[in-house]
Design a protein around this ligand. Structure first.
Ligand SMILES: [Zn+2]
Length: 256
């Protein structure tokens, strides 16, 4: 994804029917549950339907067994839009909805946000083992480094506060001691970034156990960084992080 996130939301380029988005969210929720990225009532998924309309999962259900008509349409203030029928009248939007809305506020280019509790990524964040390292070439080449936010009380406005300044520059990040946030051009796209994040965490944990947390060589990282810079996919913030973490500087270092 290009780093230039300026401009307004362009729904026309991602047009699908609301029913198709409902089906895709249900598919992603089921996969998250099957792959143990969530347990019990954890996790939430949203899709941006229009400038001021978002389709979100409800609070308090196992996401592995949701039905398409249980997804809620909300506005920027997380108010439910439109009528709910029967048992669905008791549904409320996900308690993490403010993380989703903050992501959309800061990224006009994204269509979906996925929040999960991938266990290895969460465990490493508690152990203080960072995923913002140049270990796997495909991660450096596609998502850059995977940053970890400050701790925020789950289901509170703090979640929106700790992603500010980070979500603008990364499609995948870890909420300290809590979970992941991944964003993309569809729920499927954001889900695949969650898969990659947890896969990276599993490999990193294995390397840590082996005592071989070997980083990529600066030369090899430099090739990937140069490729991303050529394609316009390297934001200044990501370039600076790669410079600090991996000693590969696409731009001259700022003077202290
Ligand atoms: Zn959570």
């Amino acid at each position: 994804m290009a780093y230039s996130y300026a401009g307004s939301f362009d729904a026309s380029s991602k047009r699908r029917t609301e029913q198709e988005w409902r089906q895709e969210i249900i598919k992603v929720c089921r996969l998250m549950w099957e792959k143990d990225y969530i347990s019990a009532g954890d996790g939430n998924v949203s899709v941006r339907l229009a400038d001021d309309r978002f389709l979100v999962t409800p609070s308090g259900f196992s996401k592995g067994f949701l039905q398409p008509d249980q997804l809620l349409v909300i506005d920027w203030d997380a108010n439910i839009v439109g009528p709910l029928y029967g048992a669905n009248r008791a549904l409320r939007p996900s308690s993490e909805v403010f993380v989703h809305l903050e992501s959309y506020r800061r990224r006009s280019d994204i269509v979906s946000v996925v929040h999960a509790h991938p266990p290895m990524a969460v465990a490493l964040s508690i152990a203080g083992i960072s995923l913002a390292k140049c270990i796997l070439p495909e991660v450096v080449a596609t998502m850059g480094l995977i940053p970890t936010t400050q701790y925020a009380t789950p289901s509170s406005i703090e979640g929106a506060e700790v992603i500010a300044g980070i979500i603008e520059h990364y499609d995948a990040l870890i909420l300290q001691r809590h979970g992941s946030v991944t964003v993309g051009t569809s729920a499927w796209d954001a889900y695949l970034k969650l898969e990659k994040l947890e896969h990276t965490a599993i490999i990193t944990k294995t390397l840590a156990e082996l005592g071989k947390l070997n980083m990529m060589s600066e030369e090899d990282v430099a090739k990937l960084v140069a490729r991303r810079a050529e394609k316009g996919q390297l934001s200044p913030a990501q370039a600076e992080a790669l410079c600090n973490e991996c000693n590969v500087c696409a731009f001259p270092r700022k003077k202290a």
